[in-house]
Write a protein that binds this ligand. Structure first.
Ligand SMILES: NC(=O)C1=CN([C@@H]2O[C@H](COP(=O)(O)OP(=O)(O)OC[C@H]3O[C@@H](n4cnc5c(N)ncnc54)[C@H](OP(=O)(O)O)[C@@H]3O)[C@@H](O)[C@H]2O)C=CC1
Ligand SMILES: CC(C)=CCC[C@@H](C)[C@H]1CC=C2C3=C(CC[C@@]21C)[C@@]1(C)CC[C@H](O)C(C)(C)[C@@H]1CC3
Length: 424
């Protein structure tokens, strides 16, 4: 194994120091949130109510459950797909192929889970295992990231991610050295991005709903709403699975701790925070308020408007990138770039430079509102997501400037706002 020459790409996330802090802070925050949600005061800020001992965190049963879950998702991933999509062209001019069967995996998991519950599978007792499950998932993602790092040492230079091969171990371990690590045709990053964690999120939410029903006779309206919104979000991601192939995670970021931990642990255990909070802190929610949260009213952030913007913007860009002469996008105004590609300057992408982020943020707020306004904790997702998207937008902006140069500058002049019209 010959060490590769370190890349000259500017360091992100505050370099080695920044990522070292994140290596500890991300898991610590996740455990803090799980503990805070089940504590009486449910404080986002401030110390946790108590520190769990190792006997509360480590559970061979949880490890077994995690392996069964990942095994099931691997098996569903390997089933025949309705379509096999090609990814973007890589440095060596090749294109990878990806099975498009995520929605099928969601439906089959739901069917299997339904059969299991009918046969006595205690899904409702999953919330009691959340802490050990989060612990074993964190351990697993640490080990996977180490293995991925070692695997990448033998990868050809053309297979490395633009960032993530700085030569600094911690930095490269965090960002991921290899762009698309595969075992045969099994794509590890693509699998992790959309399967165990994303689908796991739905079933953690469902388990919380079932436990609430056991505790209080029936699930609350707030719990239904959170479950419904987040299920729609996940189902949408899997229905439009192909569009993930053009996201920054797939085309730019390596597969290291950030995405392994993010996809497998952070996503299911922190994105389910609203449902976790509601189980321990029931909130009264009337039908009129629920309708208001679902739909748009005046300037209020309804889920429907968020979803409309998110889906509209993503579909418009994906359709345009696939086929610019498609009738739904052919009439839109564009700016040509030196690469031969064009940039949309009307439609959703003429409103702000990241309309899809705006829609996503509105949905985030809408699925936190059923938790009421007595606590800040359920709004953690909105705060975290704002930081993530602002940072992601800045990273994307840098990449687009490198890619499109003057044409990107002209786009920024034409569309001056990044995410929120007239504000940011
Ligand atoms: N729930 C969550 O935790 C997260 C959700 N997301 C969501 O994932 C989705 C994908 O996000 P992400 O991958 O960050 O980025 P985008 O889908 O916004 O893609 C950005 C790319 O779009 C292209 N582009 C930008 N402007 C234009 C334009 N005017 N016309 C045509 N193409 C343009 C550029 O690539 P090119 O020109 O090369 O095509 C650019 O690099 C978003 O909806 C986001 O909200 C993202 C992160 C986390
Ligand atoms: C620093 C830190 C916490 C990193 C981890 C971030 C990850 C949790 C997210 C990075 C990009 C993501 C995307 C989705 C989920 C969260 C992560 C993995 C996504 C699958 C959610 C559903 C959307 O429709 C999507 C498919 C567009 C989206 C893709 C990006």
């Amino acid at each position: 194994m010959t060490p590769h020459k370190a890349s000259q790409t500017p360091l992100e996330f505050g370099g080695p120091l920044g990522v070292t802090a994140m290596l500890f802070l991300l898991p610590a925050t996740m455990f803090h949130l799980i503990l805070a949600a089940r504590s009486g005061p449910a404080r986002l800020l401030g110390p946790p109510a108590y520190l769990p001992g190792l006997e509360e965190l480590w559970s061979p049963r949880a490890l077994l459950l995690l392996f069964i879950w990942i095994g099931l998702q691997v098996a569903l991933y390997l089933l025949p797909a309705r379509k096999v999509a090609e990814g973007l062209e890589l440095k060596d001019k090749s294109r990878l192929r990806y099975p498009i069967n995520g929605f099928q995996a969601l439906v089959l998991t739901a069917l299997l889970m339904g059969l299991g519950v009918t046969a006595g599978l205690p899904l409702g007792s999953l919330p009691e295992m959340l802490l050990p499950l989060a612990f074993v998932t964190t351990l697993t993602s640490f080990i996977c990231s180490l293995l991925l790092y070692v695997k990448a040492l033998a990868a050809p230079v053309s297979a490395l991610a633009p960032g993530g091969n700085s030569g600094n171990f911690i930095y490269d371990f965090f960002l991921g050295r290899e762009l698309n690590p595969r075992l045969g045709s099994f794509d590890l990053k693509y699998f992790c991005e959309l399967r165990p964690g994303l689908i796991g999120w739905v079933f953690i939410n469902l388990a919380l709903l079932m436990q609430e029903a056991e505790l209080r006779g029936s699930p609350s309206l707030a719990m239904w709403l959170v479950n419904g919104f987040q299920l729609l979000y996940v189902a949408d991601a899997l229905w439009y699975e192909e569009s993930v192939l053009t996201t920054m995670d797939i085309i730019h970021d390596g597969f290291g701790f950030m995405l392994a931990f993010g996809d497998l642990a952070w996503l299911p255990f922190t994105y389910s925070l609203q449902a976790q909070f509601l189980l321990y802190h029931p909130q009264p929610l009337g039908l009129p308020m629920a309708l208001l949260i679902c739909l748009l009213k005046d300037q209020s952030p309804g889920f429907a408007i968020g979803y409309y913007i998110f889906r509209g913007a993503n579909t418009q860009k994906n359709t345009f990138r696939k086929n610019p002469s498609d009738p739904s996008v052919a009439g839109l105004e564009t700016i040509p770039t030196a690469t031969g590609r064009q940039l949309l300057v009307s439609g959703w992408w003429g409103m702000v430079r990241h309309p899809n982020y705006l829609g996503d943020l509105i949905m985030a707020l809408a699925w936190s509102l059923p938790c009421g306004v007595s606590h800040l904790l359920p709004y953690f997702y909105v705060l975290y997501f704002t930081v993530l998207l602002v940072h992601r937008e800045a990273r994307d902006e840098q990449q687009c400037l490198r890619k499109y140069g003057r044409a990107w500058q002209r786009y920024c002049e034409r569309v001056p706002y990044r995410i929120i019209p007239y504000l940011y």
